[in-house]
Design a binder for this molecule. Sequence first.
Ligand code: ZN
Length: 146
Amino acid sequence: MDHLNPELRSENMRRIRAQDTKPEMTVRQVLFRLGLRYRLHAKELPGIPDIVFRKDKIAIFVHGCFWHQHSTCGAAKTPKSNVEYWQTKLGRNVLRDRKNEAKLKELGFRVLTVWECEARNEETLRAYLITKLKGLGKIGSLSRSD
Ligand SMILES: [Zn+2]
């Protein structure tokens, strides 16, 4: 149990959140090679999204499978010791992610989460991002001539 108020606590969490992680770099590289330009770590937005397309109002989070508890992923298992501690801590992370996503949506953003395990293979990730961003209207066909 800590005694920080929610604002202070989320400030703390924000400060220790890892930036420029390997999966994040991979995502940035793939987007860059697709000819897309973006802003990084938009501090004024809820949860400080890793990558933002401001004009299109798209926010992308690149999440570690353990810390953010990727529900369909083997890497999300709770450690076997200090179970309660981890459940509380990780549960809090998940809740915070959900709140930030909801706040972003209220601001009119579409939110895309890329999991660490989805960023391991660059080719797969590229196909995934193209599909997602086409769905969001961010990119048209790849052979576009503009
Ligand atoms: Zn995962």
